[in-house]
Design a protein around this ligand. Sequence first.
Ligand code: DGL
Length: 265
Amino acid sequence: MSDPRPIGVFDSGVGGLTVVNQMQDILPQEDIVYFGDTARVPYGTKSKETITRFSVENVEFLMTHDVKLVIVACNTASSLGLEFLKRCFKVPIIGVIEPGAKCAVSRTRNRRIGVIGTSATIASGAYEKAIKKINPGNSVFTGSCPLFVPLVEEGWIDNPVAYTIAGIYLKNLKAKNIDTLIMGCTHYPILRRVIKDAIGPKVLLIDSAREVAKEARLVLDSCGLFNRMSTKGEHRFFVSDEPGRFIKMGEKFLKKKIKCVKRAL
Ligand code: DGL
Protein backbone atom coordinates (compact mmCIF):
# COMPACT_ATOMS: atom_id res chain seq x y z
CA MET A 1 0.00 0.00 0.00
CA SER A 2 1.20 3.51 -0.78
CA ASP A 3 -0.34 6.86 0.11
CA PRO A 4 0.94 9.79 -1.98
CA ARG A 5 -0.81 12.49 0.07
CA PRO A 6 1.44 15.03 1.81
CA ILE A 7 2.18 15.36 5.53
CA GLY A 8 1.03 18.68 7.02
CA VAL A 9 3.34 20.48 9.43
CA PHE A 10 2.51 23.72 11.21
CA ASP A 11 4.34 26.06 13.52
CA SER A 12 3.89 29.59 14.82
CA GLY A 13 6.49 30.71 12.27
CA VAL A 14 9.83 29.67 10.89
CA GLY A 15 11.01 27.52 13.84
CA GLY A 16 9.11 24.41 12.76
CA LEU A 17 11.58 24.09 9.91
CA THR A 18 13.80 22.30 12.44
CA VAL A 19 11.18 19.52 12.19
CA VAL A 20 11.17 19.66 8.37
CA ASN A 21 14.96 19.47 8.51
CA GLN A 22 14.76 16.20 10.47
CA MET A 23 12.02 14.86 8.21
CA GLN A 24 14.26 15.33 5.18
CA ASP A 25 16.56 12.88 6.87
CA ILE A 26 14.05 10.43 8.38
CA LEU A 27 11.22 10.52 5.80
CA PRO A 28 12.90 11.80 2.61
CA GLN A 29 10.29 10.29 0.30
CA GLU A 30 7.34 12.14 1.82
CA ASP A 31 5.76 15.34 0.44
CA ILE A 32 5.31 18.08 3.04
CA VAL A 33 2.97 21.05 3.23
CA TYR A 34 4.33 23.48 5.82
CA PHE A 35 2.35 26.32 7.32
CA GLY A 36 4.11 29.01 9.37
CA ASP A 37 1.77 31.41 11.15
CA THR A 38 4.16 34.33 10.73
CA ALA A 39 1.43 36.95 11.10
CA ARG A 40 0.62 35.80 14.63
CA VAL A 41 3.98 34.61 15.97
CA PRO A 42 5.02 34.36 18.82
CA TYR A 43 2.70 31.81 20.42
CA GLY A 44 4.98 31.40 23.44
CA THR A 45 3.57 34.43 25.24
CA LYS A 46 -0.11 33.84 24.44
CA SER A 47 -3.01 32.19 26.30
CA LYS A 48 -4.22 28.61 25.87
CA GLU A 49 -7.47 29.79 24.34
CA THR A 50 -5.74 31.92 21.71
CA ILE A 51 -3.14 29.29 20.86
CA THR A 52 -5.86 26.63 20.53
CA ARG A 53 -7.93 28.84 18.22
CA PHE A 54 -4.92 29.59 16.00
CA SER A 55 -3.99 25.89 15.95
CA VAL A 56 -7.47 24.84 14.80
CA GLU A 57 -7.29 27.37 11.95
CA ASN A 58 -3.83 26.12 10.99
CA VAL A 59 -5.03 22.51 10.79
CA GLU A 60 -8.11 23.59 8.81
CA PHE A 61 -5.73 25.20 6.31
CA LEU A 62 -3.57 22.06 6.09
CA MET A 63 -6.70 19.95 5.54
CA THR A 64 -7.42 21.95 2.36
CA HIS A 65 -4.26 20.23 1.04
CA ASP A 66 -5.64 16.78 1.85
CA VAL A 67 -2.86 15.89 4.30
CA LYS A 68 -2.66 12.32 5.64
CA LEU A 69 -0.98 13.26 8.93
CA VAL A 70 -0.54 16.54 10.82
CA ILE A 71 2.58 17.31 12.83
CA VAL A 72 2.31 20.12 15.35
CA ALA A 73 5.93 21.26 15.19
CA CYS A 74 5.39 24.10 17.64
CA ASN A 75 6.11 23.06 21.24
CA THR A 76 3.77 25.75 22.58
CA ALA A 77 0.85 24.63 20.38
CA SER A 78 1.63 20.97 21.20
CA SER A 79 1.58 21.78 24.94
CA LEU A 80 -1.66 23.73 24.91
CA GLY A 81 -3.67 22.80 21.82
CA LEU A 82 -2.94 19.19 20.85
CA GLU A 83 -5.66 17.46 22.88
CA PHE A 84 -8.33 19.78 21.49
CA LEU A 85 -7.04 19.33 17.92
CA LYS A 86 -7.23 15.55 18.28
CA ARG A 87 -10.87 15.83 19.33
CA CYS A 88 -11.72 18.16 16.40
CA PHE A 89 -10.16 16.34 13.44
CA LYS A 90 -10.22 12.76 12.15
CA VAL A 91 -6.75 12.91 10.58
CA PRO A 92 -3.94 11.56 12.82
CA ILE A 93 -2.26 14.47 14.64
CA ILE A 94 0.99 14.25 16.58
CA GLY A 95 2.86 16.83 18.62
CA VAL A 96 6.43 17.16 19.84
CA ILE A 97 5.90 16.71 23.59
CA GLU A 98 5.37 12.95 23.90
CA PRO A 99 8.18 11.96 21.52
CA GLY A 100 10.62 14.30 23.30
CA ALA A 101 9.52 13.05 26.73
CA LYS A 102 9.76 9.39 25.67
CA CYS A 103 13.29 9.86 24.40
CA ALA A 104 14.41 11.68 27.56
CA VAL A 105 12.98 8.96 29.83
CA SER A 106 14.72 6.25 27.83
CA ARG A 107 18.07 8.05 27.90
CA THR A 108 18.36 9.42 31.45
CA ARG A 109 20.51 7.41 33.81
CA ASN A 110 20.11 9.37 37.04
CA ARG A 111 16.36 10.04 36.42
CA ARG A 112 16.82 13.79 36.65
CA ILE A 113 15.51 15.48 33.51
CA GLY A 114 15.53 19.17 32.63
CA VAL A 115 13.14 20.89 30.23
CA ILE A 116 13.48 24.33 28.66
CA GLY A 117 10.91 26.08 26.49
CA THR A 118 8.81 29.20 25.99
CA SER A 119 6.96 30.71 28.96
CA ALA A 120 3.66 29.15 27.81
CA THR A 121 5.17 25.68 27.31
CA ILE A 122 6.81 25.68 30.73
CA ALA A 123 3.74 27.13 32.49
CA SER A 124 1.57 24.39 30.92
CA GLY A 125 3.60 21.64 32.63
CA ALA A 126 3.04 19.49 29.50
CA TYR A 127 6.53 17.95 29.35
CA GLU A 128 6.51 17.27 33.07
CA LYS A 129 3.13 15.49 32.82
CA ALA A 130 4.27 13.46 29.80
CA ILE A 131 7.50 12.38 31.54
CA LYS A 132 5.73 11.44 34.80
CA LYS A 133 3.09 9.50 32.85
CA ILE A 134 5.79 7.34 31.27
CA ASN A 135 7.75 6.96 34.50
CA PRO A 136 6.63 8.69 37.71
CA GLY A 137 10.04 7.97 39.26
CA ASN A 138 11.74 10.74 37.27
CA SER A 139 12.40 14.16 38.73
CA VAL A 140 11.72 17.00 36.30
CA PHE A 141 13.20 20.49 36.50
CA THR A 142 12.04 23.23 34.15
CA GLY A 143 12.98 26.71 33.04
CA SER A 144 11.67 29.14 30.43
CA CYS A 145 14.13 30.87 28.13
CA PRO A 146 12.05 33.52 26.34
CA LEU A 147 15.01 35.40 24.85
CA PHE A 148 16.28 32.36 22.94
CA VAL A 149 13.67 32.74 20.16
CA PRO A 150 14.56 36.38 19.30
CA LEU A 151 18.28 35.52 19.57
CA VAL A 152 17.90 32.82 16.92
CA GLU A 153 15.73 35.01 14.74
CA GLU A 154 18.41 37.74 14.89
CA GLY A 155 21.00 35.17 13.89
CA TRP A 156 22.84 35.67 17.21
CA ILE A 157 23.57 32.02 17.64
CA ASP A 158 27.29 32.10 18.24
CA ASN A 159 27.63 35.44 19.87
CA PRO A 160 28.86 36.46 23.36
CA VAL A 161 25.40 37.80 24.22
CA ALA A 162 23.85 34.40 23.50
CA TYR A 163 26.40 32.66 25.76
CA THR A 164 25.77 35.18 28.57
CA ILE A 165 21.98 34.84 28.36
CA ALA A 166 22.17 31.03 28.26
CA GLY A 167 24.48 31.07 31.28
CA ILE A 168 21.94 33.10 33.26
CA TYR A 169 18.91 31.07 32.16
CA LEU A 170 20.49 27.68 32.77
CA LYS A 171 22.29 28.44 36.05
CA ASN A 172 19.49 26.99 38.22
CA LEU A 173 19.04 23.89 36.07
CA LYS A 174 22.78 23.27 36.12
CA ALA A 175 22.66 23.14 39.91
CA LYS A 176 20.01 20.37 39.79
CA ASN A 177 22.42 17.68 38.63
CA ILE A 178 20.33 16.74 35.58
CA ASP A 179 21.87 14.36 33.06
CA THR A 180 19.33 14.98 30.25
CA LEU A 181 17.86 18.25 28.94
CA ILE A 182 14.91 18.51 26.54
CA MET A 183 15.17 21.44 24.13
CA GLY A 184 11.41 22.04 24.20
CA CYS A 185 11.13 24.77 21.60
CA THR A 186 11.48 24.74 17.82
CA HIS A 187 14.32 27.27 17.85
CA TYR A 188 16.55 25.74 20.50
CA PRO A 189 18.33 23.09 18.40
CA ILE A 190 19.86 26.02 16.49
CA LEU A 191 21.41 27.13 19.81
CA ARG A 192 22.70 23.65 20.64
CA ARG A 193 26.30 24.76 21.05
CA VAL A 194 25.37 27.68 23.32
CA ILE A 195 23.05 25.52 25.44
CA LYS A 196 25.68 22.79 25.75
CA ASP A 197 28.24 25.35 26.85
CA ALA A 198 25.91 26.65 29.58
CA ILE A 199 24.60 23.32 30.91
CA GLY A 200 27.87 21.41 30.69
CA PRO A 201 29.29 18.77 28.34
CA LYS A 202 27.97 15.77 30.30
CA VAL A 203 24.29 16.65 29.92
CA LEU A 204 22.58 14.93 26.99
CA LEU A 205 20.49 17.30 24.85
CA ILE A 206 17.22 15.93 23.47
CA ASP A 207 15.93 17.44 20.23
CA SER A 208 12.12 17.14 20.15
CA ALA A 209 12.16 17.97 16.43
CA ARG A 210 14.12 14.82 15.64
CA GLU A 211 11.97 12.69 17.95
CA VAL A 212 8.70 13.82 16.35
CA ALA A 213 10.06 12.98 12.90
CA LYS A 214 10.79 9.45 14.16
CA GLU A 215 7.29 9.27 15.67
CA ALA A 216 5.82 10.33 12.30
CA ARG A 217 7.64 7.41 10.68
CA LEU A 218 6.09 5.02 13.23
CA VAL A 219 2.58 6.41 12.66
CA LEU A 220 2.88 6.19 8.86
CA ASP A 221 4.11 2.64 9.21
CA SER A 222 1.40 1.47 11.61
CA CYS A 223 -1.39 3.15 9.58
CA GLY A 224 -0.06 1.98 6.18
CA LEU A 225 0.42 5.58 5.03
CA PHE A 226 3.97 5.56 3.60
CA ASN A 227 4.49 7.09 0.17
CA ARG A 228 6.25 4.15 -1.45
CA MET A 229 6.11 5.47 -5.01
CA SER A 230 8.51 8.36 -4.51
CA THR A 231 12.16 8.66 -3.51
CA LYS A 232 12.35 12.42 -2.96
CA GLY A 233 9.42 14.32 -1.48
CA GLU A 234 8.32 17.77 -2.56
CA HIS A 235 8.09 20.48 0.11
CA ARG A 236 5.63 23.37 -0.18
CA PHE A 237 5.66 26.33 2.21
CA PHE A 238 2.86 28.69 3.21
CA VAL A 239 2.92 31.62 5.63
CA SER A 240 0.31 34.04 6.95
CA ASP A 241 2.45 37.19 6.47
CA GLU A 242 4.70 38.38 3.66
CA PRO A 243 7.19 35.60 2.77
CA GLY A 244 10.47 37.60 2.54
CA ARG A 245 11.60 37.30 6.16
CA PHE A 246 10.50 33.65 6.34
CA ILE A 247 12.63 32.79 3.31
CA LYS A 248 15.68 34.62 4.69
CA MET A 249 15.51 32.96 8.11
CA GLY A 250 14.15 29.66 6.82
CA GLU A 251 17.15 29.02 4.62
CA LYS A 252 19.33 29.17 7.73
CA PHE A 253 17.06 26.69 9.52
CA LEU A 254 16.87 24.30 6.58
CA LYS A 255 20.45 24.84 5.39
CA LYS A 256 19.22 24.96 1.80
CA LYS A 257 17.43 27.26 -0.63
CA ILE A 258 13.68 27.66 -0.22
CA LYS A 259 12.21 28.09 -3.66
CA CYS A 260 8.58 28.94 -3.28
CA VAL A 261 6.67 30.34 -0.32
CA LYS A 262 3.04 31.39 -0.72
CA ARG A 263 0.89 33.56 1.48
CA ALA A 264 -2.22 31.90 2.97
CA LEU A 265 -5.00 32.22 5.62
N1 DGL B 1 7.42 27.67 17.88
C1 DGL B 1 7.43 28.09 19.26
C2 DGL B 1 7.67 26.84 20.15
O1 DGL B 1 8.21 25.85 19.74
C3 DGL B 1 8.47 29.15 19.53
C4 DGL B 1 8.15 30.49 18.93
C5 DGL B 1 6.89 31.11 19.49
O2 DGL B 1 6.88 31.54 20.66
O3 DGL B 1 5.91 31.15 18.77
O4 DGL B 1 7.29 26.86 21.29
